[in-house]
Design a protein around this ligand. Structure first.
Ligand code: URA
Length: 443
């Protein structure tokens, strides 16, 4: 992990010239991006100049080559993971969704398939959850592993997962914080470079991306999602990695559960081959992409991936992984012992008909106000609260029948969560067209 901070000496720092260049729609050279981004990371270039530059990028965009250069500069701004001799390494990233417990299922599947997952994961922010928070539902489980143990565990089990270290792509950490307060987050080259800089610095040979599209996602339209997926695949390819992206629907939550312990319970039933269809299909599709990137035939890969969920091999990998990182592995076999908040309250259908819309963003925000998410980094969360989707879009409901169930702790945030869910639910008298989960693939 230890690579010295890459700090080229910048003899002719003329930041206003660089801002002017981007303001006028010109493309930067790699050296210019190094001046600006590494200068900012070191503290030599002030926030106000980088803010102006970010806004110029937001308005003028970047070429594919510039975006790739920016990503490489950011990836090179701190430590880089050296996964050394680990075989067939693969990383996975989701652009963030509601009820997205895919990593909990996919990573042990990949380990059971003979790939190596040595991965960094994040915590949840705003309405989207994070894998580390979900795994902390297992009492004792820790994302803090020293590098030698991390690599040894990845080699032995095929799966090790740590939290984001501050030294990995530090330029992204600083730039992201500035984007957050300058209205420059939702900018394609900046999102693509932010995500891919961390993936490149993490060292895996193959990266499988799940680009979420819809109401609960960064990318609201398929067109925008495709643009982001293409940009990230292009960056990875230029950097000599195998990158494949799957575009998936995030209008409605994935599976039935949103909230940390509830999602872990659903992930465990999926690892037993008893999960909801949408979640199972997505995990299989992502596993197929990872295997295909390592040269396997997709049809055979699909059969092999499905088998890990029915023959117990993915579950066994997950159990070994939880135990190796200090977690209470008995909870893997007795998921009913996970801490789930005791309060229950249902949101019912206002009329009989079919569920037409069940807004993922509303569900994510409901979990947040119940106490299951955080508005700011570092806030404590309640792992036991959440929302269960009892009826998915397209399903028939009777008037007054429960559609959503809230799991709350002593009524905290209950009324606000109910209001959000009622607003996000629409029932219609005609069955809506079924929406595919997998919208497209880019590789
Ligand atoms: N996730 C990231 O890591 N960066 C972005 O810019 C957006 C989502």
């Amino acid at each position: 992990m230890a690579r010295p901070l890459h700090c080229p000496m910048t003899s002719a720092l003329n930041i206003p010239d660089l801002i002017r260049k981007k303001r006028d729609g010109e493309a930067h050279t790699r050296a210019e991006l190094e001046q600006l981004v590494l200068g900012y990371t070191r503290g030599d270039v002030p926030d106000y100049q980088v803010s102006a530059w970010l806004m110029a990028v937001y308005l003028r965009g970047m070429t594919a080559g510039e975006t790739a250069d920016l990503t490489l500069v950011m990836a090179d701004s701190g430590d880089q993971m050296d996964l050394g001799d680990l075989p067939r390494t693969v990383d996975k990233h989701s652009t963030g969704g509601v009820g997205d417990k895919t990593s909990l299922i996919l990573t042990p599947m990949l380990a059971a398939l003979g790939l190596t997952v040595a991965k960094m994961s994040g915590r949840g922010l705003a309405h989207t959850g994070g894998t580390i928070d979900k795994l902390e539902s297992f009492s004792g489980w820790s994302p803090d592993l020293p590098e030698d143990r991390f690599l040894a565990q990845a080699s032995e089990i095929g799966l090790a997962l740590i939290g984001q270290t501050r030294d990995l792509a530090p330029a992204d950490g600083k730039l992201y914080a500035l984007r957050d307060v300058t209205a420059t987050v939702d900018c394609l080259p900046l999102i693509a470079s932010s995500i891919m800089s961390k993936k490149l610095a993490s060292g895996a040979h193959t990266v499988v991306l799940d680009v979420k599209v819809g109401a609960g996602a960064f990318m609201r339209t398929l067109e925008d999602g495709r643009g982001l997926a293409r940009a990230m695949v292009d960056i990875g390819t230029r950097a000599g990695r195998q990158v494949r992206a799957v575009l998936t629907d995030m209008d409605t939550p994935l599976g039935h559960m949103a909230g940390n312990s509830l999602e872990v319970q659903e992930a465990l039933s999926t690892l037993r081959g008893e999960g909801p269809e949408d979640l199972t299909e997505l995990c299989v599709a992502l596993a197929v992409e990872a295997l295909a990137a390592h040269g396997e035939d997709p049809a055979e890969a699909e059969a092999r991936a499905r088998a890990t969920l029915t023959d117990g091999s993915a579950l066994a990998k997950f159990r070994a992984f939880v135990k190796a990182q200090g977690g209470d592995a008995a909870l893997v076999d007795y998921p009913e012992r996970l801490d789930v908040a005791p309060g229950r309250s249902d949101v019912v259908a206002p009329a009989s008909g079919f569920v037409e819309r069940l807004d993922a963003l509303a569900v994510g925000r409901a979990v947040l106000v119940l106490g299951g998410g955080r508005e700011r980094q570092g806030e404590a969360i309640d792992h036991g609260v959440g929302v269960e989707v009892l009826k998915k879009p397209g399903e028939a409901v009777g008037a007054g029948e429960p559609v959503l169930r809230l799991y709350h702790r002593d009524g905290r945030g209950l009324e606000a969560a109910r209001a959000l869910l009622e607003e996000g639910l629409a029932v219609t008298d005609r069955a809506p067209e079924p929406q595919p989960l997998i919208l497209d693939r880019v590789n």
